[in-house]
Design a protein around this ligand. Structure first.
Ligand code: FES
Length: 169
């Protein structure tokens, strides 16, 4: 096996089979590189975030310069380049939630957890994120923790909500 094949084989080991199959399917298209964002999304869906080793592997397998893959991953906010906590708290900052007090809910979450948006608590339990409209505007303000949705949330409810997840630890 020559060095190039060796690098390609190592790169493939960094990526899940579904991503490799998807990349293989894009090779039939006229511009496979146009699927880079979809490839990054699928990889992130699998791992929760993207490491530099995965970005490099995507570059090798898709035959796109690593700088371009890294550039796209860092440009779009939807890609996460740091590890995430066990529970991701998404606070809706859409208009309806904003009008109905999402800022106060965010502030309480930040105070309780001691982190800002985009950060993870030191114990690795929570990651705090701001998100766009979750499609439940009539029930604003809305937050999501993992797959659980909380509506008409008030800052006063936050400690009790968080407690449930501390108990699941
Ligand atoms: S704005 Fe928050 S759910 Fe729509």
């Amino acid at each position: 096996m020559n060095q190039k094949d060796d690098i390609l084989e190592k790169s493939k080991k960094e990526l899940p089979q579904e991503v490799l199959s998807f990349i293989a399917s894009t090779k039939k298209e006229a511009h496979p590189e146009s699927q880079l964002i979809a490839v990054l999304q699928k990889t992130q869906q699998h791992f929760g975030y993207l490491t530099s080793a995965q970005l490099d592997a995507i570059a090798q397998v898709m035959q796109i310069p690593t700088a371009k893959v890294t550039g796209v991953a860092t440009f779009y906010h939807l890609f996460r380049l740091k590890s995430i906590g066990k529970f991701v708290i998404s606070v809706c900052t859409g208009t309806a939630c904003h009008v109905r007090g999402a800022d106060n809910v965010s502030k309480k979450l930040k105070d309780e957890l001691g982190i800002d948006f985009g950060e993870t608590t030191n114990d690795g339990l929570f990651t705090l994120d701001a998100t766009r409209c979750l499609g439940m505007c009539a029930l604003a303000p809305v937050i999501k923790i993992g797959e659980d949705v909380y509506s008409q949330v008030t800052p006063e409810q936050i400690p009790a909500i968080l407690k449930k997840y501390f108990e699941k630890k």
